[in-house]
Design a protein around this ligand. Structure first.
Ligand code: NAP
Length: 952
């Protein structure tokens, strides 16, 4: 509902009420339990020596802590809150729960409470204080001055406080990506960050242990001073090479003895395998913060065990940190004070966006492309938008005469003016207030950034389109170009584990107290003032692909890369055996903790062709059993939403009827030749069912996983294993054909032989890896059964090995080479046929089109495993003298003349190493190399600019 449609004052009232909602706090049951436990312990202790316990509750909210106090033994509690509607709500809740006689809720700030016998709020100083006054930075809501006042004015000297103590912790981490969010380096900045959503070793590297930077005893005035400053010595636990940022979080000692602790520490600081990103208590309302050191250097080079000193400062509301060389140095910094003005009108999120280099690069690339496609005549660009660097970027392009920036407000004008000055492009930037300042037909390019400071929901930013359309047509040239010129709005249903609690009712049983009155109040406020849609940042949903370096893994990677937009909301992590040996449980656990996947595509396996299986059944069995058990166990422990494992048609019973289908996997022993691999694969199906049963019987409903499997037939494609001794049929044949053809060519022959082991009669269904990848992704998105599904071409597409070999022969045969087939019957054929029925797949996807086998074989780039020379042609080979002359030219200008001299005392090395780039030219006949004088000029320019940091 907009401001125009309701009485403005009422709207603001409902708005402030809706915004004051703290349902997420009250829904944090871990927090509630810790408070209750500490209050019970405190009251039990007080009761041992006090007969009449008087409590005070500051910022009472729902009155929950007061009720906990009275239920635990306090005789009376005076609760206060400064927001009147909440006070009335707390009064109703207190009454509903039967505590009206012992709890008095007062509409006052705590420093307005009066103490004394004559009609004062508190008849005497209180024995106990219960309060929850904290924000992400702990002190941002004024907790320090509130406690200071309470200790001085409201409490007895022996009073106990819940919580009793707080500690602020910091840890230094190395992170290029987190650092890049703070490009405005003159300003010391802070970012709220849900650290449990970050991946250690990927998003950042921990380089020191956490250190306590500030500690507050809430009843000890000496720790509650308005200001404090400390030098913290962090010791590096490893070598550091890169930018550092400071992670901050806090903990509370809830009781006076410090036994009951509420912690906002991120999961990796626990060093306990039972605490990970999944098991750590949900606490999105008190997330952690990142601070950027006001350091001279962005790049730190430190060895392990070195000390780095950080000056930690605080005032009553905020914290800030500087790198400090000198222990005695005391910065006169007054905390974070925006000097540039930017932080006063632009949100932190927008500052992160402006600082995001990859984002800027994309805008730059788009403008560069437009610039390169523009006719030679220069034109003016018109920029529309808020707080954006796009006009600064555009100004560096030569065909853009002027960038006219429509600034409707002073902030936008200041922003553009100051950034154009600091980038030396003020001559090319012109601020305009209205379109009538533009001459007719002079704008050939309209630029905008779909971002507006006052917008909330993503589609609000499409306002840019409206502004584009409001540009009077007379100022635009006939061939005007718009950027951006297209927008897509995407939607995805998402199941949140916890985030929904932010908006959910707190209900009638919060540690035994009925808080429904609060729900009613907030609901009516939201109904009056809020849109039905709320904006929330979405974090990515990682898909872990084990076996990501193999044939199928690579195919999935190329399908995902080719359809980036479709997979925007997933982040795929492809791993091979170098990332973790999945047959080892410890390594598998570490991998899962690092990636924390929501989905797993499990392809990793010890895979081999007929002959390597025959010789190594024990190894195939044991290795694959361990890999599969570890991956599924970790997927279970981490509550992965879906895990898709890969079986194979060769694991089906040896003696069976054909065609085989999904129901027949376990109906008899597999073929003797590969029983190890087969039984290990079959166990995946058994495990999937066992986990499903376990989950169904788990009354807590903690695991909502779908573990399923797919059964591909024989896969082939690029990145296959082409080792003749260990490969499957088609890659083996391709490798042999390649070898035969290359050897024949070397001898000048025009004929070669492809020898096929066995009779060539057995039949197989082959699936191209790219088709399989597409189908596995479909399973990821849409297949919800636990039972496996065969992913295969139809029975009618089954072909003999002979036919497959013929396709390979065709792919290698051309005018210069004829390849013949020969069959070596000394080798056994293996199982004669394994026809699989793809009826189940066809029911789901009747129209899926498989790639014809001859196309797949042709596309299978075997040569990729052989090197390719990337070089200019032989005709472009030049002498060292010529190269030196080009360098001389690049350094020579009006002020400097450089001469060449040759010192013949040095030997020349090999005279020539001419390389033939014929293979490259076959692929890319038209590729244009940069002329060497241009390349050398650019390199010299770069070197001059970067002399101080270049590797010299
Ligand atoms: P592949 O090319 O042989 O690749 C195997 C993958 O597993 C590689 O990424 C390898 O990593 C990884 N791996 C092996 N041992 C590992 C370990 N101990 N720890 C971690 N990773 C390990 O296999 P593929 O042909 O893509 O097959 C993928 C899946 O499809 C397998 O489960 C296979 O059984 C199944 N399948 C394949 C076919 C087929 O014809 N190819 C047919 C039916 C089913 P590195 O390369 O980094 O060592």
């Amino acid at each position: 509902m907009s401001c125009d449609s309701v009485d403005e004052q009422m709207y603001e009232f409902w708005q402030s009420l809706a915004r004051s909602a703290f349902g997420d706090m009250v829904n944090d049951s871990d927090r509630n339990k810790l408070y209750f436990k500490a209050i019970q312990k405190t009251m039990t202790h007080l009761k041992t020596y006090k007969e009449d316990i008087l409590g005070v509750d500051i910022g009472t909210g729902t009155g929950l802590l007061s009720m906990m106090a009275v239920k635990s033994g306090a005789h009376r509690v005076v609760a206060c809150d400064c927001f009147e509607p909440i006070v009335r709500c707390a009064q109703s809740i207190v009454q509903t729960n039967g505590f009206s006689d012992s709890i008095q809720v007062i509409h006052k700030r705590s420093d307005e409470l009066t103490v004394g016998s004559d009609g004062c709020d508190l008849e005497r100083r209180a024995d106990v204080l219960v309060a929850e006054l904290f924000d992400t930075e702990l002190i941002g809501e004024g907790a320090i001055s509130t406690y200071r006042h309470a200790v001085q004015n409201l409490l007895t000297p022996e009073a106990l406080l819940v919580p009793s103590r707080a500690r602020i912790y910091c840890q230094l981490v190395q992170s290029e990506s987190l650092f890049s969010y703070n490009q405005f380096r003159d300003n010391i900045q802070i970012n709220d960050q849900l650290m449990n959503a970050l991946k250690p070793n990927e998003d950042f590297i921990v380089v020191t242990e956490p250190e306590v930077v500030f500690e507050f005893e809430f009843n000890n005035l000496s720790t509650l001073q308005p200001k404090d400053r400390k030098i913290i010595k962090f010791k590096t636990t490893r070598d550091v090479s890169g930018p550092l940022v400071l992670f901050m979080w806090w903990t509370l000692d809830m009781d006076f003895e410090g036994e009951i602790v509420l912690s906002c520490a991120p999961f990796w600081t626990y060093n306990q395998s039972s605490i990970n990103s999944e098991t750590i208590p949900w606490r999105d309302h008190w997330i952690q913060s990142i601070y950027y050191l006001s350091a001279k250097n962005r790049h730190f080079d430190l060895k392990a065990n070195e000390t780095i000193k950080v000056e930690a400062n605080r005032d009553e509301y905020s914290l800030w940190f500087n790198e400090s060389d000198d222990e005695n140095y005391c910065s006169d910094s007054l905390g974070f004070q925006c000097k540039c003005g930017l932080h006063l009108f632009v949100s932190r999120t927008r500052i992160s966006m402006i600082s995001d280099v990859s984002r800027l690069k994309r805008y730059n690339k788009a403008i560069e492309d437009i610039h390169n496609s523009m006719a030679n005549d220069s034109t003016n660009a018109l920029f529309i938008g808020d707080s954006s660097l796009v006009p600064i970027i555009a100004s560096k392009y030569t065909k853009i005469k002027k960038v006219l920036c429509l600034a409707k407000n002073k902030q936008t004008e200041d922003f553009i003016t100051s950034y154009s000055k600091s980038n030396g492009c003020e001559d090319k930037i012109e601020i305009i207030r209205d379109f009538d300042q533009i001459e007719d037909k002079t704008v050939g390019l309209v630029l905008g950034e779909p971002y507006f400071n006052c917008s909330d929901l993503p589609w609000d930013h499409i306002h840019i389109w409206h502004l584009f359309h409001n540009i009077p047509s007379n100022v635009l040239s006939n061939d005007v170009i718009l950027m951006p010129n297209k927008a897509l709005i995407k939607a995805i249903p998402i199941e949140f584990d916890n985030l929904w609690k932010i908006n959910s009712d707190v209900g009638s049983d919060v540690e035994g107290f009925d808080l429904r009155f609060y729900d009613q109040l907030i609901k009516s406020a939201k109904a009056e003032s809020d849109a039905s849609i709320e904006s929330h940042p979405l974090w990515e949903y990682p898909v872990l692909v084990t076996g990501g370096t193999g044939l199928v893994g690579r195919a999935i990677e190329s399908v995902v890369n080719a359809n980036k937009e479709e997979f925007d909301c997933y982040s795929f992590v492809f791993i091979g055996s170098k990332d973790a040996d999945l047959s080892d449980e410890t390594q598998t656990r570490a991998l899962f903790q690092r990636v924390r996947p929501n989905y797993v595509i499990h392809l990793a396996a010890l895979v081999g062709g007929l002959f390597s299986n025959l010789n190594n059944n024990l190894q195939f069995l044991r290795k694959n059993l361990s890999i599969n058990d570890n991956v599924l166990l970790m997927s279970h422990e981490m509550n992965v939403k879906k895990c898709i494992s890969c079986l194979s048609t060769c694991i089906f019973p040896d003696k069976t009827s054909y065609p085989i289908d999904e129901s027949m996997i376990h109906l008899g022993p597999p073929h003797d030749s590969n029983f190890g691999y087969s039984y290990a694969k079959r166990m995946i199906d058994v495990l999937n069912k066992a986990y499903h049963n376990y989950n169904c019987n788990d009354s807590t409903g903690a695991h909502k996983t779908v573990f399923t499997s797919v059964i591909p037939t024989n896969v082939f494609g690029s990145y296959d294993n082409f080792n003749v001794d260990h490969s499957h049929v088609i890659p083996g044949l391709i490798a042999k054909a390649y070898k035969a053809v290359t050897e024949a060519k070397q001898k000048g022959a025009k004929n070669a032989k492809l020898v096929v082991f066995g009779s060539g009669e057995p039949k197989r269904q082959f699936i191209y890896s790219i088709d399989l990848a597409k189908l596995i992704i479909w399973v990821l998105k849409s297949y919800e059964e636990i039972d496996p599904i065969i992913l295969s071409v139809g029975e009618e597409d089954e072909i003999s090995i002979r036919e497959a070999a013929q396709e390979v022969v065709n792919a290698f045969t051309d005018d210069h080479m004829k390849l013949e087939l020969e069959f070596d019957r000394n080798y056994s054929d293996g199982q004669f046929k394994k026809t699989a029925n793809n009826g189940k797949l066809r029911k789901y996807l009747p129209d899926f089109e498989f790639t014809p086998i001859h196309v797949g074989i042709k596309e299978t780039s075997y040569e990729e495993i052989d090197p390719i020379i990337l070089s200019v042609g032989e005709e472009d080979e030049i002498s060292i003298r010529e190269a030196a002359q080009l360098i001389v030219n690049a350094f020579t200008d009006d002020d400097m003349k450089l001469e060449l001299e040759f010192d013949r005392n040095y030997s020349d090395g090999q005279f020539k190493k001419t390389a033939n780039n014929g293979k490259l030219r076959k692929y890319l006949p038209d590729f244009q190399f940069t002329p060497i004088h241009v390349g050398i000029k650019e390199t010299v320019e770069w070197f001059r600019h970067n002399y101080s940091t270049a590797r010299i």
